[in-house]
Design a protein around this ligand. Structure first.
Ligand SMILES: [Zn+2]
Ligand SMILES: [Zn+2]
Length: 111
């Protein structure tokens, strides 16, 4: 990762094997939302008082997972009763992002 331009924002999991890239533009064109989710499942999945999430259209985000470490947990026991797909790094256990295909199609919820 040497040639990343300054226009890029790169997030990563704790071990660094999974990276999420986005451009600065997607944080200025109002297509994003920031939410603080206090649901019980986010407490359990993240081990904190709340989950601070950045919600973006999924086509604005580039995922790098060269070792295929990303795993999915289908969270069906949610407050809204709709499926939440929780993606995490199987090497370090970090929550990476979630998707709500029924209530927020084509959106990625970055942890
Ligand atoms: Zn990791
Ligand atoms: Zn939640």
């Amino acid at each position: 990762m040497s040639s990343s331009s300054s226009n890029e924002i790169v997030g990563r999991c704790l071990c660094g094997e999974i990276k999420i890239k986005m451009t600065h533009e997607c944080l200025t064109d109002k297509s994003y939302q920031i939410v603080l989710c206090h649901c019980t499942n986010c407490h359990r999945a993240g081990g904190g008082l709340a989950s601070l999430d950045l919600i973006l259209p999924e086509d604005k985000v580039n995922l790098l997972d060269n070792k295929s470490l990303l795993k999915k947990y289908n969270d069906t026991n949610t407050k809204s009763k709709s499926l939440t797909e929780r993606y995490f790094c199987s090497q370090c256990g970090s929550p990476v992002y979630s998707k709500n295909p029924e209530t927020q199609p084509k959106k990625i919820i970055i942890k």
